[in-house]
Ligand binder design. Structure first.
Ligand code: FAD
Length: 317
């Protein structure tokens, strides 16, 4: 059963979460340490993010500065396979346009196909940090929908080289991203949802949302999506605040608003362990309301922390 089928047929809200590959050089044990405390809540699937390469400037011993392009968090496909086979839990690696040409994308998808990893989340990828702009690779994709078309073609047995014979079709089931507070580059929410609808029409089977801290954004987003003819499951993404820097970092990184009541409570905290408690309480209330409103699943952004997610899960599942 694909994750999309699980979402469509679930009788109760599913539990799932997202992991980031560890920084280059770190052990995969860090991933297992994040997963282990969450196993008791029976995760229906685990997402693994993909991180594009970054430009860094390294000062050399002779005082010169060297420009280097590095991938700080490689290993998405390997981690997804390791989780799938160690825990027998469905995995959803993220596949991005950023930093890939179509040939590299095809080869990465063939790796996933051979590993029998058929669930994927299809994304454009973050802009380049040094320029703040998204630039497709030469012969790469500009939007998530273009990448999705390539994947849907592979499912029909259409690969890039039209001369290939005896092609094995792939069986990918794709989800895509949605933004209750709109994507930062979109002129307005309606236009953003119009493009989202195109991704669904192209074959995406569910939507996972950007984090939000006010459920009204999610409810408004879902009702606009339904009005515009999107019928697939829309999974809310929840991130518990866990330190004071989140007050500025999350809005800046994800183009989201933090409700004033939450901000006031965090400002009042004397330590980050107090902030963590506030974040857990806020997320529990959000999740309870979402569940009352019949969401198919709740997807947690761990960012490497699982103790707070476990505390929330204990209160809602
Ligand atoms: P797109 O669907 O391509 O949309 C990008 C922008 O272009 C939007 O403003 C949209 O309205 C507009 N648009 C879409 N289609 C068209 C079109 N045909 N013509 C004109 N405009 C169009 N980033 C990573 O790098 N790695 C990850 O692992 C990752 N995981 C994520 C998981 C989730 C659940 C979410 C919500 C985001 C994630 N991101 C990740 C961030 C994401 O890559 C960025 O938000 C990116 O800027 C947009 O990705 P997208 O797939 O929504 O893009």
């Amino acid at each position: 059963m694909t994750v999309a089928d699980k979402l469509k047929n679930s009788q109760k809200p599913l539990f799932s979460f997202e992991l980031l590959p560890p920084l280059k050089g770190n052990h995969i044990q860090a991933i297992y340490n994040t997963i282990d405390p969450l196993l008791e809540f029976d995760p229906a699937y685990i997402n693994v993010t993909y991180h594009r390469e970054e430009v860094v400037y390294k000062e050399l011993k002779n005082g010169l500065i060297e420009k280097r392009t590095i991938r700080k968090r490689p290993g998405t496909v390997g981690i997804a396979a390791a989780i799938k086979y160690k825990y027998k839990i469905d995995v959803i690696p993220h596949i991005i346009c950023a930093g890939f040409d179509k040939e590299e994308t095809e080869n990465a998808l063939i790796d996933l196909h051979f590993l029998e990893i058929d669930n994927i989340l299809v994304l454009r990828g973050d802009p380049d940090k040094s320029t703040g702009k998204f630039m497709p690779e030469p012969n790469g994709h500009s939007y998530a929908i273009d990448l999705l078309r390539q994947i849907m073609n592979m499912n029909k047995g259409i690969y890039l080289d039209e001369d290939l014979k005896n092609i094995t079709p792939t069986h990918f089931s794709a989800g895509v991203a949605g933004y209750p507070e709109k994507h930062p580059e979109a002129p307005n929410l309606e236009t953003d949802i119009m493009f989202l609808k195109q991704k669904i029409d192209e074959g995406a089977e569910y939507i996972v949302t950007q984090m939000f801290f006010d459920n009204n954004h999610y409810f408004n987003f879902v009702s606009k999506c339904r009005e515009m003819g999107i019928t697939v499951p829309i999974v809310p993404g929840i991130k518990p605040i866990s330190n004071k820097t989140h007050l500025t970092q999350l809005p800046k990184t994800f183009s989201i608003d933090l409700p004033q009541d939450l901000v006031k409570e965090v400002i009042r905290c004397n330590s980050n362990s107090d902030v963590k408690k506030v974040g857990i309480e806020w997320a529990i209330n959000q999740c309870k309301e979402l569940i009352q409103n019949g969401v198919p699943s709740i997807h947690f952004y761990t960012m490497g922390l699982s103790d707070n997610i476990a505390e929330i899960a204990k209160n809602i599942y």
